[in-house]
Ligand binder design. Structure first.
Ligand code: ZN
Length: 255
């Protein structure tokens, strides 16, 4: 797992699997942990990493309800989980889905975990809205389209945008089945003014990128999704691996 400090109050760890990112943000003696790494050893070392860097984690946030972003409770079992209303609803409407998908991944890769994933009721956060961290506030924006739920987190004093599964340098846009393309484009439009102000953007998958590179990703992703809608989409040059091709095939079925 790689960890990098983006600002004195923001540290990002990137998982060895799927390059899933986990962002620690702090102010005034308290910190949130946004999303999670995936592997048991990464989750085990996360509390020590947070403590050594002076981050006292008091709460977990999830950008959306996909299982690979929900594992923070393995690292911080006492911390309550906060998420968008849409995500809290999804977790209630799809009981056990995250646990089942995690188990499928674990069985395929022979991963052993110390205990099953427990996800007690999540706290519903105001989205769009603001949430206090210590003496500061982070801003939440709706971010659906990849899934039917989700939020992006803007950390204004650090100029860091944690956007969930958008603007990834390693993954092409992955659309949700129901009206994903138009929702995806609306989310990109909401993210755009934040990307323009951002020093760093933390995508759900892939190491943090600077604002300029994220803006380029945003333009490329918008062009790709618009082309999907028109029926003439091609994979972005830098993201043409086998895995991205199969995501592309799924996208084609979904528009
Ligand atoms: Zn994801």
């Amino acid at each position: 797992m790689r960890a990098v400090g983006l600002h004195e109050d923001v540290v990002v760890a990137t998982s060895r699997v799927y390059q899933t990112t986990c962002t620690l943000v702090r102010s005034g003696g308290e910190a949130f942990c946004i999303d999670s790494p995936i592997l048991p050893d990464e989750l085990e070392i996360l509390p020590a990493l947070a403590e050594q860097s002076g981050f006292t984690v008091v709460g977990l946030l999830a950008t959306h309800g996909d299982w690979d972003h929900l594992l923070g409770r393995y690292a911080f079992p006492e911390a309550p989980l906060g998420c968008a209303d849409t995500t809290a609803g999804r977790l209630i409407n799809e009981p056990g889905a995250a646990q089942r998908e995690m188990r499928e991944f674990d069985e395929e890769h022979y991963v052993e975990r110390p205990r099953p994933l427990s996800l007690p009721g999540a706290q519903r956060l105001p989205v769009p809205g603001k949430v206090e961290v210590g003496e500061q506030e982070i801003e939440l924006q709706p971010a659906d389209g990849h899934t039917e739920d989700g939020m992006a987190v803007w950390i204004p004093w650090a100029r860091v945008l944690v956007c969930g599964d958008y603007l990834s340098p390693v993954e092409i846009p992955m659309l949700h089945a129901k009206g994903g393309a138009s929702a995806y484009l609306a989310t990109l439009a909401r993210l755009e003014p934040l990307v323009e102000q951002a020093d760093h953007v933390v995508p759900g998958h892939g190491a943090p990128i600077d604002g300029t590179r994220a803006a380029a990703s945003l333009r490329e992703d918008r062009a790709y999704v618009e082309a999907l809608q028109r029926g003439d989409a091609k994979l972005p040059l830098a993201r043409r691996t086998g895995a991205q091709r199969s995501i592309h095939e799924r996208n084609l079925e979904r528009v």
